[in-house]
Design a protein around this ligand. Structure first.
Ligand code: FES
Ligand SMILES: [Fe+2]
Length: 435
């Protein structure tokens, strides 16, 4: 008898109640089903084209538990190759990143070009007439697509195209990407893990409610030590115009806040003023204000987060129901002065990642949630905040967006209703309060 996942989510919009059964965070059967239906039927982020500057450039990744190579072939095309030798299984890529003309399996020496074609086999006389090298390329995912340099793959051959998959999230992704003519991933990545279910990090990545409580050390102590004022960050929780959480289509979601002031040098402020003037010339004042006047965290279902304030891309997978692995990168404007690049990078790593002021706080909270789930007498987690008012980023509509889509993946008879319509157009969202 197949497992039933009915009842894991309760969505009572009339009474403003939404809850998730904690079995969702601990049951190995749930995770197996997630592999098949959540991760197996979505577009999954692999990397950014800027990580492959030249023909032959490659990076090794793990996507949906599969080792993959993202490589720019000799003709300049970005390809995704599954990293398993068609001979007997060994991975053929030993370096995390680099440049090469070929991948040679070090077990028996089969060698592949950057298109993944088998080009040589040691002692080929050992094979009979039916053996044709053409029949042994590295396998590839059924679907690969790129949006503005962001490379995605899907394990589902008949999935909708990537832009259709984004739906209204595309407008918010464009708000993030239009900041700069050209962006690039800064070499290097943050890789860390936590003893927590992966969905706790989905929630946490779009959770404004916890910010001032969990990260008091950063927002109050650190900001004031740098010469800033914690007052500038209070908008994170205040119900003011422009502070909002939005349920987008298909499980995607976004939170936005009028941006807090960051302490910075006169030179940096002058540079950013120039950038803003250029953006206004190109996009007009209103759209520019939408771009740079707000911090936003954009969640693309099922496991991709853009943290605009920190210019960060983050993705993660469960290794088991109570353990998750995270990778994150800095996506910064290309060609800015070194001091500005450094400022943006410092901003990222001083809050996010294992050495930041923010991430260790989140890890502490999430690992303790997971410990708390051992109390089986407490069956439910409440995610109903803000169901009966225009939502702010410190409400939980964005998490409900995720959970509705997630539940539909596990329990297809569930037909989720969106709580509120998505704002008509991105540029029409209320402007920030007067400075
Ligand atoms: S497993 Fe790769 S050559 Fe044998
Ligand atoms: Fe946090």
């Amino acid at each position: 008898m197949p497992q039933s996942f009915a009842g894991l989510v309760e969505d009572d919009q009339d009474n403003g109640l939404f809850r998730v059964n904690r079995r969702a965070f601990i049951d190995p059967a749930v995770m197996e089903e997630e592999k098949r239906t959540v991760f197996g039927q979505s577009w999954l982020y692999v990397g950014h084209e800027s990580e492959l500057p030249e023909p032959g450039s490659f990076v090794r990744r793990e996507v949906a538990w599969r080792p993959v190579i993202m490589v720019r072939d000799e003709a300049g095309t970005v390809r995704i190759l599954f990293d398993t030798c068609p001979h007997r299984g060994n991975t053929v890529c030993k370096e995390a990143a680099g440049k090469t003309k070929r991948f040679q399996c070090f077990y028996h020496g089969w060698t592949f070009n950057t298109r993944g074609e088998l080009i040589s086999v040691p002692d080929s006389a050992g094979y009979g007439p039916g053996f044709d090298k053409k029949n042994f390329p590295l396998a590839t995912p059924p679907r690969v697509e790129t949006y503005r340099g962001l490379v995605f793959m899907s394990l589902k051959a008949d999935i909708v195209d990537l832009v259709t998959y984004f739906g209204r999230a595309k407008e918010y992704l464009d708000l993030i990407l239009n900041h700069s003519e050209d962006v690039e991933i800064v070499p290097g990545q943050q890789s860390y893990s936590m003893r927590a279910n992966w969905k706790l990090l989905v929630e946490n990545s779009i959770d404004g409610y916890h910010a001032m409580m969990t990260h008091e050390r950063y927002f109050i102590d650190y900001m004031e030590d740098l010469g800033g004022s914690s007052k500038d960050w209070e908008s994170i929780v205040a119900p003011i115009p422009g502070n909002t959480g939005i349920e987008l289509d298909s499980g995607h979601a976004v939170i936005e806040n009028p941006i807090g002031k960051l302490p910075m040098s006169a030179n940096a402020a002058q540079h950013l003023g120039k950038v803003r003037a250029e953006l206004e010339a190109k996009f007009g004042r209103e759209y520019t204000e939408r771009m740079v006047g707000f911090s936003r965290n954009l969640f693309i279902f099922p496991n991709l987060i853009f943290v605009q304030n920190f210019r960060t891309v983050r993705t993660f997978y469960p290794a088991s129901p109570d353990y998750l692995k995270v990778n994150a990168w800095a996506l910064l404007p290309k060609g800015e002065p070194a001091a500005i690049r450094r400022l943006r990078h410092d901003n990222f790593i001083s809050f996010l990642g294992p050495g930041g002021f923010g991430t260790p706080d989140d890890v502490e909270a999430l690992e303790n949630c997971q410990r708390g789930f051992a109390v089986r007498e407490m069956e439910w987690s409440d995610i109903s905040r803000g169901m009966k008012r225009p939502p702010t980023s410190s409400d939980e509509i964005q998490m409900r967006a995720f959970w509705r889509r997630w539940y539909q993946c596990l329990y297809p008879s569930y037909a989720p209703q969106m709580e509120r319509p998505v704002p008509a157009q991105v540029a029409a969202v209320p402007n920030r309060r007067a400075a």
